[in-house]
Write a protein that binds this ligand. Structure first.
Ligand code: SF4
Length: 442
């Protein structure tokens, strides 16, 4: 847990020697608490104080990286229990389990489908992140399937097996992709931790109860295995949510470093709807990785959409780049509709303009991501701002008319906007749903 300025001060020499560049040790401590200076600035720190200060600056939930370079997947490093307190930092990874007892043909078909699970929503690309290969057969088949998966997808990998030699064989061919290995238990921890050390890969630690899990991670740490992911095994949903909540709470509120790791959950249901509902519960609270059996687009899309909503910064609305967007085969006679650069507003307007089948321009005004009425009330969507956007994006050089359609909710600014911009203002519908009939009757 982060230390306060006074806590830090107690660890300092208190000689006020000024060598750190501050007039007193207290001033240095206050800056250190704000993370504005480095502890190296004080040359007189005892080893003990240094250790305590370094430990306090570690994140309460460790950042774990799976994969390398462009395909690196970061999970963990969360700092709050509730999204509104700050934000959630690293989106929960969503992925699928491939069983090695499927035929090569079946595996290839699944991978092809999984690779296509890419969606665009409000200007952001939504992707699945991870693929787990689970051993059911001998180690030779496991290795074959790992090879097959490696050559058919760039997704981050989890290698799932209880057979140490099978894991070693699979790691020999996949270590460069830095897979997550599943899993260390109290029984096999010595052997599995050796694998994690030899191949420098992250490791899942599994136990059904939190106390044993906490002891297990301590043991693994003592063997120099630090990049861990936690799993409390298969349980009913309520118990699982309890575990995930306790892990997050103990790590954040009680500074329990032995549970300060992201958690992995396996959802293994025959019914894809049931599976999606259960997975959604864990995405909200507090999984770092959710692995599913189902790989249908409808299941993935619903979960990716939920994840997008949970992991956006609540203090920063999703925004579009402010500019003039052509929709359809526009010409110099196409209508120009003005709206704000709040993503949800933009895409709602875009959808309705597309539905009208009338090629048009959408002028997205920079309102810092606020919606129409909020931006108008905050004086971010004003006649001046719209006029600036018309000039900045040279709308006059793009169309040969001078008619501008504004949202019905801000009809009140039409006179002022006409005066300031020199454009003829037409008041459009209040709701985006009215755009198709409005454009057709224009
Ligand atoms: S260098 Fe260390 S001992 Fe000297 S004033 Fe700064 S914090 Fe205090």
């Amino acid at each position: 847990m982060a230390l306060s300025g006074l806590d830090i001060y107690k660890l300092l020499p208190k000689t006020n020697c000024r060598e750190c560049g501050f007039v007193t040790c207290l001033a240095f401590a206050m800056q250190l608490a704000k993370k504005a200076v480095s502890i190296d600035k004080c040359p007189y720190l005892s080893l003990e104080a240094k250790k305590a200060l370094e430990a306090s600056s570690l994140p309460p939930i460790r950042l774990v990286s799976i994969g390398e370079a462009d395909n690196k997947l970061d999970i963990g490093n969360e700092t709050v229990l509730f999204r509104h307190e700050e934000k959630f930092h690293h989106p929960c990874a969503i992925g699928f389990i491939i069983e090695d007892n499927l035929s090569d043909q079946e595996i290839k078909q699944r991978l092809e489908k999984i690779n296509k699970l890419k969606f665009e929503r409000i200007g952001q690309e939504l992707n699945v992140n991870i693929l787990a290969i689970r051993q059911n057969n001998d180690k030779k088949r496991f290795q074959e399937v790992v090879k097959l998966v490696l050559s058919n997808t760039q997704l981050s990998l989890v290698l799932m097996s209880d057979d140490i030699e099978a894991l070693r064989g699979a790691l020999e061919i996949s270590a460069s992709r830095k897979p997550l290995i599943y899993h260390a238990t109290i029984e096999n921890m010595v052997l599995v931790s050796k694998l994690a050390q030899d191949f420098k890969v992250p490791l899942v630690a599994t136990s059904v109860d939190l106390e044993t899990l906490s002891n297990l991670t301590r043991e693994l740490n003592s063997q120099k295995v630090e990049e861990l992911v936690l799993d409390t095994g298969k349980k009913p949903v309520a118990e699982k949510v309890w575990d995930l909540t306790q892990i997050r709470r103990l790590a954040l509120k009680k500074s329990d470093r032995s549970l300060g790791y992201p958690a992995l959950v396996i959802v293994d249901k025959k019914d894809f709807y049931e599976e999606a509902i259960e997975a959604a519960t864990y995405i909200v609270k507090y999984a770092g990785i959710v692995l599913l059996k189902g790989f249908e687009a409808y299941e993935a899309l619903s979960l990716l959409t939920l994840r997008q909503n949970i992991y956006t910064d609540p203090q920063k609305p999703l925004q579009m780049e402010p500019k003039l967007y052509p929709v359809g085969s526009v010409s110099d006679k196409s209508p120009v509709l003005v709206t704000t650069n709040f993503s949800l507003t933009h895409y709602t307007v875009l959808g309705e303009v597309e539905a009208s089948k009338i090629p048009s321009y959408i002028l997205s005004v920079d309102t810092e991501g606020m919606s129409v009425l909020t931006a108008w009330a905050a004086e971010k969507f004003t006649a001046e701002k719209i006029t600036d956007s018309l000039n900045k994006f040279e709308v006059k050089n793009t169309v040969t008319h001078n008619r501008l359609i504004i949202p019905g909710y801000v009809a009140v600014m039409s006179g002022d906007l006409e005066d300031k911009s020199g454009w003829q203002v037409i008041v459009g519908p209040k709701e985006a749903a009215g755009i198709p009939s409005f454009l057709k009757n224009l």
